[in-house]
Design a protein around this ligand. Structure first.
Ligand code: ZN
Length: 134
């Protein structure tokens, strides 16, 4: 993926946006972003039969993750069909740029240097995705 020229590239820009969540039992749930948007700091632990809440540091950068880190979950933007089936609460979340989480698919990950992210590589500005739900 080509980086936007207006950004100064930084080390790690070619890495996926991986997030690690840890529950009180120290189970680690690893996610990756496959769309540009907002993710949650706390999620349900991804370990089977563990109903505890898992928390992340909320930080993508820097990326201290081992190179062989394999995300089992992914944050994605729902298509219109799925969006229409969501509750009003979840639609509000998606309308605000929020992503949903599901088991990892073959979707390409978003990279830290994605031009749709702003200079801080954290927030995004482009809300044209909302048009698909009209
Ligand atoms: Zn757990």
């Amino acid at each position: 993926m080509k980086l936007n020229d207006q950004f100064t590239s930084r080390p790690g820009d070619d890495l996926p946006r991986i997030m690690m969540y840890v529950c009180p039992k120290k189970h680690v749930t690893v996610s990756v972003d496959v769309d540009v948007g907002i993710t949650l700091k706390n999620i349900a632990c991804g370990k089977k039969l563990c109903n505890l809440q898992a928390s992340s540091s909320g930080e993508y950068y820097p990326t201290p993750y081992p190179e062989d880190t394999k995300p089992e979950w992914e944050w994605y933007r729902p298509n219109k069909r799925e969006y229409m089936s969501l509750s009003e609460t979840y639609r509000d979340w998606v309308n605000s740029g929020g992503l949903l989480i599901r088991w990892r698919t073959k979707a390409e990950p978003i990279l830290h240097g994605d031009p749709r992210l702003n200079e801080d590589h954290v927030f995004w500005k482009d809300r044209t995705f909302l048009e698909q739900y009209q």
